[in-house]
Design a protein around this ligand. Structure first.
Ligand code: TYM
Length: 334
């Protein structure tokens, strides 16, 4: 019999159009990992309610995230591609884990503090326990690897703590989940305005979406922050210039990057030309993904079938884990 494959789990919130950061931080890894691992990838609709209580656009956003994942190369026949709210045992495990998570550590989470700053009028308990729900998503499948971007590092550290705490109190049920990126550090794709990261709902003109048209891509890249260029040979690059070279490394050919590195080091760089080239290469990269999104998204019947098939696979794995969880906890009375 073949060895059982190692288990992978990850998720994306349906809070807007997916962008280059989601692709290079997460989905690129999903697509590679689907060949060698048992994979569970989901749309985190419950998580989106912590910050987006208005559900008018939720259905469309869930369908879009699914279509975008498939357009990037995810095969719903190879992986479980599902919706978080279709796996009800997630909520049960979340409840048990909440008894093992302390208010103090939750309040110290960087993403929680950011959200409190952004929306002081909506500091709800779901927001505070966001990392607990994320842990439930992951360990519900006893996953070991979690492909995510750099912004999720702290959540993964918390997931390890909660899983270990459960194991110590009730017995070994869960492996320690780790954040994962193929043979490299976790990725942070910077925004084009020189500060922060690309994001689904903030700074939209500085974020390249997988559904942007070619002209919009060129326009956004041309607006990226630059300056008059270095005045000394081999000068250190300011962060916003480093970021542009970082974006080039994602989509441009080696010799193109080498040329502009040389131009920079010899103080001959023309940022207008560089951005033109980067805009073309970005458009070439994003174009085929956008076209696929546009063919998949209108097929609602197909998307429903994907969700049903994904939920079935995910529930099977979740039910097996929950049997072990309830037994380990002594929640079995006859
Ligand atoms: P979300 O929806 O914010 O982002 C989805 C994935 O994209 C990555 N990402 C980035 N990577 C690099 N550069 C960027 N600029 C960038 N922006 C986003 C994120 O790291 C993430 O991998 N809490 C999660 C959703 C979630 C989840 C889970 C993840 C719910 N349950 C279980 C893993 C496992 C989130 O908000 O992702």
């Amino acid at each position: 019999m073949a060895d059982k494959k190692e288990i992978v789990m990850s998720g994306i919130r349906p809070t807007g159009f997916l962008h280059l950061g989601n692709y290079f931080g997460a989905i690129r890894n999903y697509v590679k990992m689907q060949e060698d691992f048992e994979c569970y990838f989901m749309v985190a609709d419950w998580h989106s309610l912590t910050t987006h209580p208005d559900t008018k656009e939720l259905q469309g956003n869930v369908q879009r995230v699914l279509a975008e994942n498939i357009a990037c190369g995810l095969d719903p026949d190879k992986v479980a591609l599902y919706c978080q709210s279709h796996v009800h045992t997630t909520a049960e495990l979340y409840l048990y884990l909440n008894m093992l998570a302390y208010k103090g550590e939750l309040e110290k989470t960087v993403t929680f503090k950011d959200k409190v700053r952004q929306h002081p009028e909506n500091v709800n308990a779901g927001l505070l326990t966001y990392p607990v729900l994320q842990t439930a998503d992951i360990i519900l499948h006893r996953a070991k690897y979690v492909p995510v971007g750099k912004d999720q590092e702290q959540h993964l550290e918390m997931a390890r703590n909660f899983a270990n705490r459960f194991n110590h109190r009730y017995g070994e049920v869960f492996p320690e989940p780790v954040a994962y990126n193929y043979n490299a550090e976790l990725v942070k794709v910077p925004s084009l305005d020189g500060g922060g990261k690309m994001s689904k709902s903030e700074n939209q003109m500085a974020t390249l979406y997988l559904s942007d048209d070619d002209d919009m891509i060129r326009k956004k890249v041309m607006k990226a922050k630059t300056d008059n260029g270095p005045t000394e040979p081999n000068a250190a690059k300011p962060e916003y210039i480093e970021n542009i070279f970082g974006l080039m490394k994602l989509v441009c050919a080696q010799d193109v990057i080498a040329k502009y590195e040389n131009d920079y080091n010899s103080c001959n760089i023309r940022y207008g030309d560089l951005k033109k080239q980067l805009g073309e290469d970005m458009a070439k990269f994003i174009g085929p993904i956008r076209d696929k999104i546009n063919t998949i998204l209108p097929d609602k019947k197909y998307l429903q079938q994907v969700m049903e098939q994904g939920a079935e696979k995910a529930n099977k794995s979740a039910n097996e884990t929950m049997k072990l969880v309830r037994e380990a906890m002594g929640l079995k009375y006859y």
